[in-house]
Design a protein around this ligand. Structure first.
Ligand SMILES: [Zn+2]
Length: 167
């Protein structure tokens, strides 16, 4: 069990943070970006990178091969829909996808936009952790945080327009 403090100051104990988020028990900062029958997308603002999205399954599973046929279809559709919105409204040219199965959460994919400043931390997978830590420790306020929040709103609106529902 882990203790989570809600935005209203109340503390709850949850078994799995992903379950708490996807079930709506916890509202992510910035809100839900997209929700389908099987998946839930939000920005983790603890890592303030504009356009970064966490796409989590609603079912408490850990591994890719646990997805049902229906979930597999929903996953690839929602992933590409979010990717297109990142490109169309935020101008994001490249995204890194990160997903690990040995998680204390459950099935979730990180979609980390690639920005020019990140290349100083390396050109590939080795740069992901330093990039995330740099964002968390040095970009967590001011203009950047406003940019992140406006990015969330832009993605939400775009995904509403192109249909964020069960299709
Ligand atoms: Zn879970």
């Amino acid at each position: 069990m882990r203790q989570i403090t809600l935005s209203n100051g109340q503390t709850v104990e949850v078994e799995c943070l992903s379950c708490a988020l996807t079930s709506g028990l916890i509202e992510p900062d910035g809100g839900v970006v997209l929700e389908t029958e099987h998946f839930h997308a939000h920005q983790d603002v603890a890592y303030p990178i504009k356009g970064l999205i966490i796409l989590a399954s609603k079912r408490h599973i850990k591994c890719f091969d646990e997805l049902t046929e229906e979930e597999k279809l929903d996953y690839i559709k929602v992933l590409s829909k979010i990717r297109k919105a990142q490109r169309d409204v935020l101008g994001i040219e490249y995204v890194y996808y990160f997903y690990n199965e040995d998680t204390t959460h459950h099935f979730h994919t990180w979609m980390v936009p690639r920005y020019d400043w990140m290349y100083e931390f390396g050109r590939s997978v080795e740069s992901i952790r330093p990039v995330l830590l740099h964002a968390r420790n040095n970009m967590n306020g001011g203009q950047n945080l406003l940019e992140v929040m406006s990015g969330i709103e832009a993605l939400k609106n775009e995904l509403k327009i192109i249909g964020g529902d069960k299709n």
